[in-house]
Design a protein around this ligand. Sequence first.
Ligand SMILES: NC(=O)N[C@H]1NC(=O)NC1=O
Ligand SMILES: [Zn+2]
Ligand SMILES: [Zn+2]
Length: 464
Amino acid sequence: MSETYDMIIKNGLVVLPDEAVKLDIGIVSGTIASLAPNLAPGPDTAVIDAEGQLVFPGMIDAHVHFNEPSFGHWEGFDTGSASLAAGGCTTYVDMPLNGNPPTVNLRALSLKAGLAAGHSAVDYAFWGGLVPGNVGDLEKLWNAGVAGFKAFISNPGGEGEGRFREVDDETLYQGMKKIAKLGGILALHAESDEMTAVLGAEAVRSGRTGARDFAASRPPQAELEAVARALLYGERTGCRLHFVHISTAAALELIHQAKLRGQDVTAETCPHYLILTEDDMEEMGPVAKCAPPLRSAAERERLWKAIEYGLVDFIASDHSPCPPDLKLAPGLSFFEAWGGISGAQSSLELMVHEGVNNRKLPVTLIARLLSEGPAKRFGLSGRKGTIAVGMDADFAIVNPALPYTLAAEHLQYRHKHSPYTGMELSCRVTATILRGRPVYTLEDGVLSAHSGEWIKTGEGQPAL
Ligand SMILES: NC(=O)N[C@H]1NC(=O)NC1=O
Ligand SMILES: [Zn+2]
Ligand SMILES: [Zn+2]
């Protein structure tokens, strides 16, 4: 124990992969050097006292839309990453759409990477997109270090020439063949475009344009059908798959059955499907609009059961923000409002509040869903996702009994709206540590807007 630590986090209940234990964490040069009781500080050691608090591995949010280039006025790397830092997240993977150009070729990836460099509070990686016409670009994107590829099976919305487009079945199949060859992974927004387009058009034509009509135009079977089709293509091509924002237990069951048959596939859900329901969508209005839509309270309960049974591999925010006008402009119908929920800052607090404090789930399960699960899936688990000697010293310190009411002024987003404002949370993130340096504390707010680095997750990929 003669080692001199740069930092010691003392007295916290440390959330290890299989148990939470009262331990000190000694940090040297940004990595975890010791996990033991009563570590002794040297003269220059910074000490954080986490008595009475939970020390989680930093969250890894594999699903955020930060919208640069061109749509930084919706959300940018500075504000988006600051909100993650304030919420206990230390690594994120930025989606290839809602910025323009979308990240569907090497030039667009370079542009995005250039905008992120020096503007992110926490570490990051990028998704590349699979869209009609770009199967020839996938290899270059993979070699440049994207974490994986993302495709939409239904219309992604969005504005402008060259916006991200959904895949046709042939592009989906050929894309999977290519990605399988590369050893990559394809993430899917799985809703049937056939069903949602027909039902949506019918609803609008007949003037049924409220929140419940929107939900009815994107029914559970639209998710189930798209998942089934993608699983079939995945089986035929051998492509590793990941389903983003799954909203129904039936789809999770289908994915689970594919896993049992040996298919390499994972499923994600989001805090909003676990916390909110379609009643909230009706009450709150477009601030709670997302696709797939919020579901019934019964469905929400089934999702929690599925989590307990291990059917969910990880949880991500799907932070998909926009300026308030696109949600709230007078005369805007629910169908016309932007679909996307601002939630990046709240994932960990929501999961501790509802999962641990209310539903009494183990903290280790929450850490697996928020950190270890995504780290494993995206080749980060040698560095990130768990608390162990040799890993990056990335932590979220959470006071599990520090109630507060989430207010717009707490939010670091570019636009301070979220369905969670006004919610009384029973816990609070008090500090976020990235590679041994505090990037957020409750007292001082976000401390560094530019500590984040691009973590290239593919194997042996050269720098851009
Ligand atoms: N384009 C986009 O970000 N869409 C996201 N928003 C949402 O609610 N679901 C999505 O896939
Ligand atoms: Zn989506
Ligand atoms: Zn998304």
